[in-house]
Design a protein around this ligand. Sequence first.
Ligand code: PDD
Length: 290
Amino acid sequence: MIEGIDPDSIVYLNGDFVRLGEAKISVLDRGFIFGDGIYDVVPAYHGKPFRIDGHLGRLERSLAKVGIHNPFSRREWEKLVLDMLARSGRGGDCMVYIQVTRGVAKRDHAFPSHVSPSIFIMVSPFKRVQQEREAGLKAIAIEDERWLRCDIKSVSLLGNVLAKQQAVAAGVDEVIQFRDGFLTEGASCNIWVVRDGTLLAPMRNNLILEGIRYGLMEELAAQAGIAFQARQISCEEVDSADEIMMTSATKEVLPIVVFNGQPVGDGRPGPVFAKLREGYDKAIKAAEQA
Ligand code: PDD
């Protein structure tokens, strides 16, 4: 029995819908042996997926970037996600975790010639953040020690795991990573900075995972009349930012109010956050009613 896990929940594994407690995979799966696989996390509100096209598009790109065969068309992926949401019986807020590994083969670093990908999907409930919206989060700066293909949503997450643990060890909520003195991202989120009313984000490149909320935040900023700029952001600019925010599928958008032990701005969630948060809530409502 694993804490926090319902062994009776239904998961999808390689064509079958089975109980989580009975889902089994070979120890020779390359996801287990090499971390040779990719994943995505799609949030769903009241049983309806949010921004599914963005998530499935990124899943397809991740597969293509690592040369794993994509067994399904966009429509088939979408059908599978909707089917899983229906079967999970969770009409509430949940996340759909999709993982595709290269498959099972004799251990050899090179790609096997005949292999079919292993596909796993599970649906878990998630609690929408509320308290953190008002209180805000604390974060510390750390050196980004991950690889140079952070644009791939790879299951090889050891660098991210070690980064997150530094936050836990320091008693804060999140880490903000820097490479060569410039902002990259959090352990499992994108980071946003506000200076003089402009929303800033690191450029989309191989040093960050482009969150599905990246494009969404751009849209919300435009709707709210907030200037947006993607560019290199230095350590010093984050230190003296008026506001800092983080975004991810499950945390949505949250303010970071303490950075390296110092208050960000006046130490409370700022006005740009408030506008983006409002826009985000409206986007969720619109998707639920669509
Ligand atoms: N993480 N950067 C990293 C390294 C991430 O792991 C994530 C998401 C993001 C934000 O992406 P999105 O807005 O599409 O959620 C950025 C997911 C939620 C996870 O690993 O559970």
